[in-house]
Each structure stands twice: as structure tokens, then as C-alpha cells.
Design a protein around this ligand. Structure first.
Ligand code: PMP
Length: 299
């Protein structure tokens, strides 16, 4: 299933079918790797990557949290990403940088393992669903902040999202929502979450969430549009009493939520504020709003 021609691995552009790693790669066993998910879009001035700098910044931040030294600079990775998009001739899609402890040492402690870095890209359309998502609250809680650096984007942390996802029936639900150890709303399996109540936007405070770049984008858009937006602890009662709810994430972009545990918000259609933010996000990522062009890295 070859999707594009080349993948970048440790400084070289290799053929899709040759992008392989040894079975004793440390991260494959224990999950100590870090990654990013970035989108690039087609604009009137060619392809543009959305908030590349912030994503690379977070990649290095996450790496530091697990003692992983990335043997490249941010600039080198940026150059590799730009070249990779050109070589593969994709108009739009998803970029997946991955840095991991490689082959050379077994045992839990990764110190002494070599570090490998790869970057793959592929086309990726709608992540969740075209229609507002039907969601379920997970019986699993989001990773405890005293168990891991839960704000870092670490491969192994995704077992939390995976068990939560596996617990939903895909005929009935599009996505799962996790609460945290204090019974406050946290996030979706791969998205941050916002609620709207009486014209005000609320989103969970940092503490149990991945501090998303789309989340930050929404907060900036709200500020610029003079829509009040607050970070706060949100209870299940507050979530279910919301006027509108939506997810925000690189893959999911702005994805409105129709229902949670069978409780519908309004008539289950996208609410007006969610629609406004969804439209603005779609426009700015495609280079249609001058004010936000600084967020785009053109090829
Ligand atoms: N939470 C989790 C667990 C995620 O995997 C993601 C996707 N990276 C997000 C939130 C949203 O983050 P971002 O907007 O930076 O993509």
C-alpha cells in the first residue's frame, strides 16, 4: 500500500517500501518516542503548512521530557519537511515527524540508545466525520499528571486514547471523550474540546490535556472576534448543559459534536458559534485571511 514515493529517515529521502526499522527498536517495545501531526493545505499561493514552527517546538519539548536528544535542528527538520512535500508532489495532507529511541540496547532505561528521526506525509481528508460527531464519555480517565508528562506528545501516551477508542462501538459513536482524575472534562482521543454556553466559550485548563495548537488557534480567533473565552474546570453537568460543543485538533480541525451519551445539543446540528469558528479556521488554513498568514509556511 504505497501512498507517496518518499519518506525522510535520518537525513535521507528513502523509498516508501524501504522505510523500515529493526524489530529491536527500543520505542517499538516501550513507547518512548515523540511525534507531531501537522497539516498542510492548498492555497492560492501554493501549499502552506499550518503553524509548523509551533509543532516543531512541541516536538522538541516532548523529546526533552523523555530525555531524547533529537540530532537535528528545527531548521533542518523544517527544510526536510518542505523538500518532502515537493518531492512527493502532494497538494495537501498530513505530516508526521517521529523521533524515537532506536536499535542498540534492550531494557527499560533508554539512555545509551541511538536516536532516530523520520518524517512521513500522506493525504488525509476528514478525520472524524462529515456530520457532527456522536460521542461517548469514556470509562477510562486521561493519563494522570503525576504518572507521565501528560502535556507532551509521547507515543506511549496514546495507549490511553487507544483503549478509550476501543471501548466505543463505531456503529453508534464517532469519538470518545475522556475526563480526568478530578472528574473534570479533559479531551477527545486526539482532540481538545470546547463548549459554548450563553455565547461564552470554555475549554479545559492545562493539567490533564495535550495543549493543542488548534486549541490555541481557537482561543486567538475568539479573542480577535471578541467572543469571551475562558479556560476552566468543566464538570459533566456543565458539559451536558452546554449550548454547543466542538472538538479542535490538527487532524479533526474544528469538528462539531452532535451528542454525548445520547444527549443531543440543540437539534444535533452544528451550532452558530461552532459554525463561525469552523468557517474561519477553514478559511485561514487555506490562506484566505491575511491577518493569519503568519501562521502559514509557504513552500
Ligand atoms: N489532544 C490529543 C490527545 C491529541 O492527540 C491532539 C492531536 N495532536 C490534540 C489534543 C490536539 O492538538 P493539536 O491541535 O496540536 O493537533
Amino acid at each position: 500500500m504505497q501512498i507517496v514515493s518518499k519518506i525522510w529517515m535520518d537525513g535521507k529521502f528513502v523509498c516508501w517500501n524501504k522505510a523500515k526499522t529493526h524489530i529491536l527498536t527500543h520505542t517499538l517495545h516501550y513507547g518512548a518516542g515523540v511525534f507531531e501531526g501537522i497539516r498542510f493545505y492548498e492555497t492560492d499561493n501554493g501549499q502552506a503548512i499550518f503553524r509548523l514552527d509551533e509543532h516543531l517546538e512541541r516536538l522538541f519539548y516532548s523529546a526533552k521530557k523523555i530525555g531524547l536528544e533529537i540530532p537535528y535542528t528545527k531548521n533542518q527538520l523544517e527544510t526536510a519537511i518542505l523538500k518532502l512535500i515537493k518531492i512527493n508532489k502532494l497538494k495537501s495532507g498530513y505530516i508526521r515527524p517521529l523521533a524515537y529511541y532506536g536499535y542498540g540496547k534492550m531494557g527499560i532505561d533508554p539512555r545509551g540508545c541511538p536516536t532516530n528521526v523520520s518524517i512521513a506525509i500522506w493525504p488525509w481528508g476528514v478525520y472524524l466525520s462529515d456530520k457532527p460527531a456522536r460521542c461517548k464519555i469514556s470509562p477510562f480517565i486521561r493519563l494522570h499528571p503525576k504518572s507521565v508528562h501528560n502535556e507532551a506528545k509521547v507515543c506511549g501516551h496514546y495507549i490511553n486514547s487507544i483503549v478509550a477508542r476501543l471501548n466505543i462501538d463505531l456503529d453508534q459513536h464517532d469519538e470518545v471523550i475522556l475526563f480526568d482524575h478530578k472528574n473534570h472534562l479533559a479531551e477527545g482521543s486526539a482532540e481538545n474540546i470546547f463548549i459554548v454556553k450563553n455565547g461564552v466559550l470554555f475549554t479545559p485548563k492545562p493539567g490533564s490535556i495535550l495543549i493543542g495548537i488548534t486549541r490555541d488557534t481557537v482561543m486567538v480567533l475568539a479573542r480577535d472576534a471578541r467572543i469571551p473565552c475562558e479556560e476552566k474546570d468543566i464538570t459533566k453537568q456543565e458539559l451536558l448543559a452546554a449550548d454547543e460543543v466542538f472538538f479542535a485538533g490538527t487532524a479533526a480541525e474544528i469538528s462539531p459534536i452532535a451528542s454525548i451519551d445520547g444527549h443531543y445539543f440543540g437539534n444535533g446540528e452544528t451550532g452558530p458559534l461552532s459554525q463561525k469558528i469552523k468557517n474561519t479556521y477553514a478559511a485561514l488554513t487555506r490562506g484566505k485571511i491575511d491577518k493569519y498568514k503568519d501562521w502559514l509556511t509557504f513552500l
